[in-house]
Design a protein around this ligand. Structure first.
Ligand code: UD1
Length: 428
């Protein structure tokens, strides 16, 4: 299994490019199911989760080709299956994003239940509730969600627009409903919708396909369904820059007392995170298409509480924890989105960090000198936190199970090395 061997401590400086957001590219790929026309998408990041989604779609008959570097063109004109099998869904929860488009275009779908994962139970009840409200019959049998729309009755095999009020914002839930509503009969209103930039990016793509969508990025999204949607030509849609990847490299720069600029990074999508970096004592600057963070390495403790966008992102919580191990004092990190997302705490402890867990909060006391040790990654963002900590740890740290990291970061070792890190991919 691949591992990273990181030798520290180092000070990072320089510039790295931001890739396209994995979490925006995944629903964009699922949108290919909505139309027989070819759909061209630019800045699709070359990460494992994208390959998983392409494999899932290929199993349904969606052809794809890389028509330029970072450009994928998908054609869903010959669908042979409306099933998402367990083997792929279990490796990636976001597979649930095919449910909405399949139901909307073909009137049926069978998608394996994602099941539990390392960071908590993460149910999909809100997705199911929404599709039922849009006229689908949904049964959960033998580990599969089986949904269909009756061909007799008012919908005649098509979903019907409805008002969906989510009791709590759900990112993929909002996206799944947007995808389905774009081809439903009538108007769908999503209340308490997720406001993440990835949701707005999906709306932009759907609009380019001919959908009528208003309000994406706010708490209320209104979609007027169309009978058909079209493909998009080359250059019509470029996936938004990855704010989590951007934040990860900025955190790495600050943690190492360095100076890192992320080209293509969008500061306006990272408000709460950049505020935390500034409170920690970093200098943060941004312009059109770049964000820079620099630090002397002397950091102040900063309390954060994860929240739906525009709050502090749960996907940067682990990286913030790595940063706080070097802050002068105790910081409190409250995880409010997922119930079991502190698996990195004990591994950081193996490097010398002092982290105490109290229910959904972690108390980090610093600064603690870190020293290299073998550690094991448990999930995508936890892996990033371990790599960050390894950059300031004295000696060699072997970060095992890097496949978690490869799900969402493209060429992290190369990008970090270009900033001056000593990190190599090894077998371990
Ligand atoms: C997405 C992101 C993930 C990020 C998360 C929160 C993608 C592919 N993944 O995941 O990186 O960490 O948003 O920002 O975009 N919930 C339910 N029932 C449901 C759906 C969600 O109870 O049917 C709960 C979840 O357990 C969680 C909360 O709602 O507590 C928010 O989860 P959600 O926004 O749905 O996360 P994902 O879309 O899975």
């Amino acid at each position: 299994m691949d591992a990273f061997l990181v030798t520290g401590p180092v000070r990072l400086s320089g510039e790295v490019p931001a890739g396209g957001a994995k979490n925006a590219a995944l629903p964009a790929l699922a949108a290919s199911l909505l139309t027989p026309g070819p759909l061209a998408l630019d800045r699709v990041p070359p990460v494992a989760d994208i390959r998983t989604m392409l494999k899932l779609l290929a199993g349904m008959g969606v052809r794809h080709e890389a028509t330029a570097p970072d450009r994928v063109t998908l054609s869903a004109d010959r669908i042979v299956s409306t099933e998402a099998p367990y083997d792929l869904v279990r490796t990636m929860r976001a597979s649930i994003l095919v449910l909405g488009p399949l139901l909307a275009r073909f009137g049926e779908a069978r998608v394996s239940l994602p099941g539990g994962c390392a960071i908590g139970v993460r149910p999909v009840d809100l997705h199911i509730m929404a599709f039922e409200a849009m006229g689908a019959r949904v049964a959960v049998e033998k580990g599969y969600i089986h949904a269909h729309v009756s061909r007799v009755g008012p919908g005649r095999g098509r979903l019907t627009g409805a008002t969906i009020r989510f009791p709590q914002p759900t990112v993929t839930g909002t996206e799944n409903v947007m995808l389905a509503a774009a081809l439903a009969r009538g108007v769908t209103t999503i209340e308490n919708a997720a406001r993440e930039p990835e949701v707005a990016d999906l709306a932009a793509l759907l609009a380019a396909m001919g959908a009528r969508i208003e309000g994406a990025g706010s708490g209320t999204i209104v979609v007027e369904g169309r009978e058909e949607l079209e493909g998009t030509g080359a250059g019509a849609h470029t996936v938004v820059a990855d704010r989590i990847e951007t934040g990860t490299y900025l955190a790495a720069g600050v943690l190492t007392g360095g100076d890192v600029t992320v080209r293509g990074g969008r500061a306006e999508h990272l408000g709460a995170f950049l505020d935390a970096l500034r409170s920690a004592g970093a200098t943060v600057e941004a312009g059109d298409g770049w964000v820079r963070a620099a630090s002397t390495g002397r950091l102040r403790p900063v309390d954060v509480e994860t929240a739906p966008y525009p709050g502090f992102p749960t996907d940067l919580q682990a990286q913030h924890m790595a940063l706080m191990t070097q802050a002068d004092g105790t910081s409190r990190i409250d995880e409010r989105i997922f119930e079991n997302r502190f698996l990195h705490a004990s591994e950081l402890g193996r490097l010398g960090a002092q982290v105490r867990l109290e229910g959904h909060a972690a108390l980090v006391t610093g600064p603690t000198p870190l020293s290299g040790a073998p550690v094991t990654a448990s999930d995508l963002r936890a892996s990033a936190a371990l790599v960050l900590a390894a950059l300031v740890a004295e000696g060699e740290t072997l970060v095992r199970r890097i496949y978690h990291l490869d799900r969402g970061y493209a060429e992290m070792e190369r990008k970090l090395a270009s900033l001056g890190a000593r990190v190599v991919r090894v077998q371990g």
